[in-house]
Design a protein around this ligand. Structure first.
Ligand code: PMT
Length: 221
């Protein structure tokens, strides 16, 4: 039985997209619905964890027993994660890699631009990497949304971001990944991998939590 396998463990999960304002009416974002992260939070809670869910702008109900913190931007998400006490960090959010260099105070008028217009962007903080390389980091699990060379890119992120596990989705298949109800993933770690067949995000979340717990408790001894 997987009941209470997470007992006594504090898990923080990010979910959904971030939204980076261009002006008062426009923003940069992506197609993440938050479903995968919310299902991970619900499953972890059912398995006995104390769960904090840090959510970007999504329209999903809060899973029972989960503490939810709503944020909008990557910078706000980073601050909320850094303020959280956690044993395990699961970074499922699709964080915008860049944000507009400045946010226009008034709606940008098309009359102010010609046929072409440029938007200057600056890099957002990498939330997962910031946490993973901090002093006494929690057990860090990343996600990788890739459209090609899934394994190579996932292994590169595992190393570069100093993660214990990375969950790779091939988002070029529209039946799975962003905003779908189903997902199929491969999880990679330093010297192994495991495939998870296409299934609902709810069932997958429960199977993933079992694998995460197994690795977490093995490492802790
Ligand atoms: O929300 P759904 O519609 O259910 O879709 C689920 C999902 C496809 C969004 C999810 O399963 C997923 O893959 N999430 C990660 C998407 C992503 O942004 O991947 P990435 O390869 O760009 O980032 C790699 C890792 O670094 C991720 O763990 C991400 O959370 C983290 N990251 C990335 C950039 C950044 N600035 N900060 C981060 O923490």
């Amino acid at each position: 039985s997987t009941e209470n396998i997470w007992q006594g463990t504090r898990i923080t999960i990010t979910a959904g997209p971030t939204r980076e304002a261009i002006d008062p009416v426009r923003y940069i974002s992506n197609h993440s619905s938050g479903k995968m992260g919310f299902e991970l939070a619900a499953a972890a809670r059912k398995m006995g964890a104390e769960v904090t869910l840090i959510a970007g702008p999504v329209s999903l109900p809060t899973p029972t027993g989960v503490t939810r913190i709503d944020v909008v931007t990557a910078e706000q998400m980073l601050a909320a994660v850094q303020a959280s006490s956690m044993d395990v960090f699961i970074s499922c959010a699709a964080v915008a890699d860049y944000r507009p260099a400045t946010v226009a105070e008034q709606k940008i008028k098309k009359e102010a631009n010609g046929e072409e217009s440029q938007l200057a962007l600056v890099k957002n903080p990498d939330i997962l990497k910031t946490i993973a390389v901090s002093a006494q980091p929690p057990f860090c699990i990343g996600f990788a949304a890739e459209t090609e060379n899934v394994k190579a890119h996932a292994l590169d992120k595992l190393k570069r971001k100093q993660l214990k596990l990375i969950v790779a989705n091939n988002v070029s298949d529209s039946r799975i990944g962003f905003n779908s109800n189903d997902n199929a993933v491969t999880v990679y770690w330093q010297n192994g991998e495991q495939d998870f067949a296409p299934q609902s995000k709810a069932l997958l979340a429960s199977e993933l939590n079992q694998l995460f717990a197994q690795h977490y408790f093995e490492l802790r001894g």
